[in-house]
Design a protein around this ligand. Structure first.
Ligand SMILES: NC(=O)c1ccc[n+]([C@@H]2O[C@H](COP(=O)([O-])OP(=O)(O)OC[C@H]3O[C@@H](n4cnc5c(N)ncnc54)[C@H](OP(=O)(O)O)[C@@H]3O)[C@@H](O)[C@H]2O)c1
Length: 367
């Protein structure tokens, strides 16, 4: 039966890829909810999405302006036709301020949930969350509601709080919480179009701006591609799949340790003549206190590349001292096509491209 899927954050990194995947998978009409402060911004975002989604989108997509901070969100969408909601909109910076995280990530999810309560034919409400909704917990983390013991930044806290608000409604709504890992590339080719703490930390190492390695080298780091993530989410949006909490990530056997990732990165860096000329050594692991001292010293530096990069790394660094393993049995059982990327091959491909493109400063070759 043809349904209607609402995607919030539809022009975000994952939102637009998900929209493309859902155009390919089934025949739902898609309501693409984007944040737009004016008619001109909406028209601009609409055009960009139309270009990206191509002819398949014609007649099957509608762009609407939605700011999840506003109570009347989706006012021009008939709740009676909506069969699925994918809530991808969020402020995704790890250094997001608490008030903003609360207003967008938490209260915004509650507003979406209130809209969902009016959708009589809703068959799935999926929240894109993060594995780090587990906060400061260590050890095995199961696909179930989190019982956190604290958080290292407001982003994590806000995603956990959003999960809680949705899971509270699981007795009346078909809620799925899809916890995502760190996405380091678009696909197995290693192409990077969204830069995050992973890429920024490697940049500091490559240019010799950071000689300390924050974290315990044994800490597992769950990494994936957008292609893997979007395929998994598409599968989990199928109303035939049970709702619930899913870790949309590779299993423990495909989750490398921090130290292994650094080794892979330095093997790739060593192939670069410029890197070899700098004669840099692999960074030395440091304890939490020493890294905090470094951050303290860096706050005195005026805004520049080092300051900016450290600002991106620091709100996540504490997680590198809190080893945890994310179980994904529910994902595997629900997704017969499950095939996680090889983390070492992926890291090697990503590092190779980062070095070649100088972290996006040199245009990527088209392939
Ligand atoms: N990518 C990852 O590695 C990753 C990992 C774990 C979890 N996730 C989760 O996956 C989801 C999608 O992530 P992403 O990487 O696609 O993020 P993204 O590229 O930053 O996209 C976020 C989207 O949310 C929109 N948004 C922000 N504030 C809004 C507001 N007040 N009202 C309505 N829309 C608003 C943004 O619009 P503007 O650009 O106009 O602000 C953008 O379209 C997020 O919920 C994130 O927490 C992502």
């Amino acid at each position: 039966m043809r349904g209607t899927t609402v995607i919030t954050g539809a022009d975000g990194y994952l939102g637009r890829r998900l929209a493309a995947a859902l155009l390919d998978d089934g025949d739902d009409e898609l309501i693409l909810a984007v944040r737009a402060a004016s008619a001109a911004e909406l028209a601009d975002k609409q055009q960009r999405l139309a270009r990206e989604l191509g002819p398949d989108a014609v007649g099957r997509t509608r762009c609407v302006a939605v700011d999840v901070r506003h109570d009347d969100l989706l006012a021009d969408v008939d709740p009676g036709v909506v069969t699925r909601i994918v809530h991808a909109a969020a402020v995704t910076r790890f250094n997001v301020e608490r008030d903003l995280a609360d207003a967008v990530n938490v209260a915004g999810t509650v507003r979406l949930r209130d809209f969902a309560d009016r959708c009589a034919h809703l068959r799935r409400f999926a929240l894109l969350s993060t594995l780090y909704a587990a906060g400061s917990r260590q050890g095995d983390i199961a696909e179930e509601p989190s019982v956190p013991t604290g958080f290292v930044n407001h982003y994590e806290w806000s995603k956990w709080a959003a999960e809680e608000h949705l899971l509270d409604a699981a007795d009346r709504l078909p809620v799925s919480v899809l916890r995502l890992p760190t996405i380091i590339a678009d696909d197995d080719s290693g192409r990077v179009t969204q830069y995050n703490v992973f890429h920024n930390t490697l940049k500091l190492f490559h240019y010799g701006l950071l000689s300390l390695l924050p974290g315990d080298e044994r800490t597992p780091l769950s990494l994936a591609t957008a292609a893997f993530t979007v395929s998994a989410v598409t599968r989990l949006l199928d109303p035939a799949v049970a709702d619930g909490v899913y870790h949309v990530c590779p299993g423990p056997e495909r989750t490398p340790a921090l130290g292994e990732l650094v080794d892979t990165a330095f093997t790739v860096f060593a192939r670069d003549a410029g890197f070899r000329r700098r004669g840099l050594l692999r960074p030395v692991p440091c304890d939490r206190e020493s890294f905090d001292d470094l951050l303290q010293a860096a706050t005195g530096l005026s805004a520049g590349p080092l300051h900016q990069s450290l600002a991106s790394v620091s709100p996540f660094a504490a997680q590198l001292y809190l080893p945890k393993t994310f179980r994904n049995e529910a994902l595997r059982a629900a997704w017969p096509g499950y095939a996680a990327p090889d983390p070492h091959a992926l890291t090697e491909a990503v590092c190779t491209r980062l070095v070649a493109s100088k972290w996006g400063r040199r245009p990527e070759e088209t392939s």
